[in-house]
Design a binder for this molecule. Structure first.
Ligand code: 6AU
Length: 273
């Protein structure tokens, strides 16, 4: 399967421009870390992005949790993404009918499609949500056509998650049908039946982002469940998403390097290097 190939090899073969860029960044910076920058002021968010930029492949945002949001923060984030060569993933988890998610993706106060390389959606609404997002990203009048990608949230890390079974199965089917825009999944193979589903075809290369990654904790009081970077990569993660394990410790930079090293070494073992 594709998880035996190096990021560099996958970069050369992948039909989607964002996936290619992602793999190129991972290969050149030797990192598969995505930092979940769940901070609530612009100053903290930008500060973390600048400090951790050299060690991460992707910065994941929840832009709607900023207390002091102003459009200028997006310009500054973009500038940092260029400075440090990382992609931006807005963890918006679209979950609505096609007509609504198209407006939420492009419009409103946040104009997500103008700055986020990657977004995600849930499969709760059914195929229509992926169809709507794919069609709108492929329109000739969309200025970022070909420079954007979608991840489907195929399993969830929270205790008692309902994103299992049939839900996960439809996630995989939809990713296949709309693979022009869907570059992969947010999922943990250890949590669902996604392994058998994704392993089935060989002519495809979905990127697996695994969240719920923490080196120092097993979970939180609100039902979050953690595994280590190594365990995530060993069970198929291409990119590991870590939030509090990195930003809520005394030394985020040193800690980000530890996550990078553990994630990278697990990847090297997986590809046999
Ligand atoms: O490392 P943490 O627990 O501080 O943060 C985990 C981050 C949060 C969640 O909103 C997000 O990952 N997340 C997701 C995503 C990325 O879609 C899915 C999921 O199942 N669990 C989860 O924690 O920003």
């Amino acid at each position: 399967s594709k998880s035996q190939l190096t990021y560099g090899e996958r970069a050369k073969q992948h039909p989607n421009g964002v996936a290619r860029k992602l793999f190129e960044i991972a290969e050149s910076k030797k990192t598969n870390v995505v930092v979940s920058a769940d901070l609530t002021t612009s100053k903290e968010l930008l500060g973390l992005a600048d400090e951790l930029g050299p060690y991460i492949a992707v910065l994941k945002t929840h832009i709607d949790i900023l207390d002091d949001f102003q459009p200028s923060v997006l310009q500054e984030l973009k500038a940092l993404a260029i400075k440090h060569n990382f992609l931006i993933f807005e963890d918006r988890k679209f979950v609505d009918i096609g007509n609504t998610v198209q407006k939420q993706y492009h419009g409103g106060a946040l104009q997500i499609s103008s700055w986020a390389d990657i977004v995600n959606c849930t499969m709760l609404p059914g195929e229509g949500i992926v169809q709507a997002l794919t069609e709108t990203a492929e329109r000739d009048d969309f200025p970022y056509k070909g420079e954007r990608g979608l991840l489907i949230l195929a399993t969830m890390t929270s205790k008692g998650s309902l994103a299992t079974g049939e839900y996960t199965k439809v996630s995989v089917e939809c990713a296949r049908k709309y693979s022009r825009f869907v570059i992969g999944f947010v999922a943990s193979r250890t949590l669902g039946d996604i392994e058998t589903d994704v392993a089935a075809l060989d002519n495809e290369d979905f990127v697996m982002f695994t969240t719920g990654v923490n080196m120092a904790s097993k979970g939180d009081k609100l039902g979050q469940q953690y595994q280590t970077p190594r365990s995530a990569v060993e069970s198929g993660a291409d990119f590991i998403i870590a939030g509090r394990g990195i930003y809520a410790v005394p030394n985020p930079v040193e800690t980000a390097k530890l996550y990078r090293d553990e994630g990278w070494n697990a990847y090297l073992s997986r590809v046999g290097k």
